[in-house]
Design a protein around this ligand. Sequence first.
Ligand code: NDP
Ligand code: PHD
Length: 363
Amino acid sequence: MSKTRAGVLGATGSVGQRFILLLANHPDFELVKLGASSRSAGKKYKDACNWKQTEVIPEYIENLPVYECKSEFFQDCDIVFSGLDADFAGVIEQEFADNGLGVISNAKNHRQTPTVPLVVPIINPEHLAIVENKINKAKQDGSNKGFIVCISNCSTAGLVAPLKPLVDKFGPLKYLITTTMQAVSGAGFSPGVGSMDILDNVIPYIGGEEEKMEWETKKILGSISADGTSVENIPDSELKVSASCNRVAVIDGHTECVSFSFQSEEKPSVDEVKQCLREYQCEATQLGVTSAPKQTIHVLEQNDRPQPRLDRNRDAGYAVSVGRVRKDTVLDFKMVVLSHNTIIGAAGSGILIAEILRAKKLI
Ligand SMILES: NC(=O)C1=CN([C@@H]2O[C@H](COP(=O)(O)OP(=O)(O)OC[C@H]3O[C@@H](n4cnc5c(N)ncnc54)[C@H](OP(=O)(O)O)[C@@H]3O)[C@@H](O)[C@H]2O)C=CC1
Ligand SMILES: N[C@@H](CC(=O)OP(=O)(O)O)C(=O)O
């Protein structure tokens, strides 16, 4: 099977750089086009970009030209990854989709659109059926095959990861409360979080984050409509979600303390909850795609785990770690969840979604 040709929008930014690293030596993808703002367009990548990764810029990327983010320049791509600034992502990504391109986006702009799947690839890849139906329709009637898939907010990805297998096994949730401790890389590079603000400190506010966690959870745990074209969110009356978000002095890895109750009066035991998490195997692993985690959810027994520095790179950042699973005195259970915010919470999810689409011959 020949390589899938990929483009990256917002290639000079924090998420864009992570996309480049993940794509550079990927056996399934060939990175052929880079896009950024008109400030960067026309320059060589190495001159346009303020590279901040611990690995050097892959050699063949250094001299690639940067293009303006217009679909006419990206028609040689089979798939386009977007790490665009959210102030501009909405319009640009729509123009790409309207002109026949498939876009996998890290930006928040299209997440609430019912016809756009919001996908955490280790959790709800079944929502990609919307894309599959659109592509099949295009093959039959010649309609536009362009699409947008959104990656969730990074904290939401970590939150839903252990909850989905539990819901599948023990039934729907009623209450969900989470308090996050989020890494500084989540705030990006421009301008990012200042060192004088975060060292020796905790900032108990991340703009818009709590609202996103509260509604995105209901879309990701929701289901596909009968006609296969949109997602139906879990109604607010059925699931109450409360999130409190904090920025802490960690570079990568979002940690969350999560308490939850099931709707059913019949409750599983703590051991049954842990067993369910350990046994869960995501579809990407079953398909055997390149970046799929071997173990989707790592259940840790040590009292002081998971910890960001020790556990964020499990399965190269594509897995989620869960620890301290125990009964809660107010809700049913509580636990600590750790996820790598720029891998499974951002660019890595985009790569995994593309690998699934490729395995299903949709790109
Ligand atoms: N940082 C993270 O961990 C996460 C970020 N996200 C989301 O991903 C997106 C990117 O975030 P991040 O990488 O941190 O942001 P950065 O600010 O680091 O990068 C923004 C990118 O957008 C480009 N850009 C800015 N303005 C325009 C424009 N008018 N037209 C075209 N391109 C433009 C920039 O190009 P140039 O260099 O030329 O200005 C740059 O490549 C955001 O929507 C963010 O919310 C999502 C999950 C996690
Ligand atoms: N807000 C997240 C990162 C982010 O950009 O999220 P979103 O993709 O929802 O905009 C953080 O600060 O850690």
